[in-house]
Structures are given as structure tokens and as C-alpha cells.
Design a protein around this ligand. Structure first.
Ligand code: ATP
Ligand code: MG
Length: 208
């Protein structure tokens, strides 16, 4: 019974319908639920739920994918250029997504830094290119980030999103970049983050 009253109260509060909330409380008292129970089992949990939902949605705003990608690339473009790594951004559509722009930017950076690390590990003088493509597909925004650094060994492809999985030395990487990226995209946005190999290197795909 308490659970049902709690649900009705939550709904009234979510709709910011004070009269309905008051009615639910009056009914509850009429059904023999004590004032203490009303406060501690119904009102307080409703407040907690609301605070949780506010804190989870805080800072979520609609933003243009292309604008955010270009802003992120501009932060590191110069330092990548010095390593002969060229980044191209091509946008076929103008997807707008809702979420934390800073978190989204962090994901793009993680993927770009990994591509840089893969180039540096190869030590050849082939042209180094990271191609970012942005387009809409089935109502979602898609961002692909592809490098030509040789790709990810097939036997570890399954593990790269695991926490603390790294193929780099102990003082170079701790293996959380892609794990955090996965959480940001799949839990917080929520969308999908995946990786595959192309003929030339690795390709990361973000769908939001
Ligand atoms: N573009 C890429 N090309 C080849 N291998 C990659 C690429 N991106 C990621 N990997 C592989 O995935 C592993 C995990 O990446 P992740 O970003 O999670 O950790 P890390 O880069 O090793 O360390 P950290 O990000 O914590 O500094 C890397 O160690 C590397 O083996
Ligand atoms: Mg990394």
C-alpha cells in the first residue's frame, strides 16, 4: 500500500501538481498511514528521488556534434601536426545531441590520444591520418574516428573497453581511457561506442 501511495505522490510531484500531492497525502492519512510514515516513507524518498534526477541531468544540454568535435580537435591539432599527424573532419549532416558536452569532448580526446599512441608505437614514415566523419543515421548522430596506424590486434579487440586493460608500459597508460569513454557514451548519454579494424587501422564509432 505504501509503495502505491509513494508512486502516486512521486507522479504528482513530478508533474508539479501540488493539489494532487496533497490529495494523495490526505488519502494516505485517511487509510491509516501515520504522519511519520507519510513524512519518512513518502515525502523524504520523493525528495531524494527528485534530487537524484536533478543531479543526473545537471549540465545536460543539446549541442551540435560538429561544433564540439571541431572545438576538441582545435585543442590538440597543433601538437599532433608536430608529430606529422593530420586530422580531418568531414560532416555530412548536422546532428544535435543532448548530454554533457565536456564529457563528450573527453571521449573524442581519449580516442585521438590512443590513435597518436598507436602512430608513435609504429615508428614508420607513412603519412599519418586520423579521419573523423560525422553524419546522421536512423535518427541518431554518428561519429567515426579512423586512423591508419595499423589497427588493434584481433585477439585484444574484445578487451580494449575493459577497466585497466592496456598494452602500454606501466608508466605510459593505465588502461582506463576507453573504459571511461564507454561509460560516458553508453551509460550517461546513452548511446553506443564500438571499435573495429579497417584495412589500414582502427575505427571507433560513436552513436548517440
Ligand atoms: N587507435 C588504436 N590503435 C591501436 N590500438 C589501440 C587504439 N586505441 C586503443 N588501442 C588499444 O586499446 C588499449 C586500451 O586503450 P585505453 O585508452 O583504454 O588505455 P591506454 O591508452 O592503454 O591507457 P590510458 O588511456 O589509461 O592512458 C590500448 O592499450 C591499445 O592497446
Ligand atoms: Mg588511452
Amino acid at each position: 500500500m505504501l509503495q502505491r501511495v509513494l508512486n502516486q505522490y512521486n507522479e504528482a510531484i513530478m508533474d508539479t501538481d501540488r493539489d494532487r500531492a496533497l490529495l494523495v497525502v490526505r488519502d494516505a492519512l485517511g487509510m491509516g498511514i501515520s504522519p511519520e510514515e507519510v513524512v519518512f516513507e513518502i515525502v523524504v524518498p520523493a525528495i531524494e528521488l527528485m534530487m537524484k534526477s536533478i543531479s543526473e541531468n545537471q549540465g545536460e544540454v543539446p549541442f551540435k556534434v560538429q561544433e564540439m568535435v571541431e572545438k576538441t580537435v582545435s585543442l590538440i591539432d597543433e601538437s599532433f601536426r608536430q608529430l606529422q599527424i593530420v586530422i580531418t573532419v568531414t560532416a555530412a549532416d548536422e546532428p544535435v545531441i543532448t548530454g554533457h558536452p565536456n564529457e563528450f569532448s573527453q571521449v573524442i580526446l581519449n580516442i585521438l590520444f590512443n590513435a597518436r599512441d598507436a602512430f608513435l608505437a609504429r615508428k614508420d614514415d607513412k603519412p599519418r591520418v586520423i579521419a573523423i566523419e560525422i553524419f546522421g543515421q536512423g535518427g541518431r548522430g554518428v561519429i567515426t574516428i579512423a586512423d591508419n596506424a595499423g589497427g588493434i590486434p584481433e585477439e585484444i579487440l574484445e578487451k580494449i573497453f575493459d577497466p585497466y586493460f592496456t598494452t602500454r608500459g606501466p608508466d605510459q597508460g593505465i588502461g582506463i581511457g576507453l573504459y571511461m569513454s564507454k561509460i560516458i557514451i553508453e551509460k550517461n548519454m546513452p548511446g553506443r561506442l564500438s571499435a573495429r579494424n579497417t584495412a589500414e587501422g582502427a575505427e571507433f564509432r560513436i552513436e548517440v
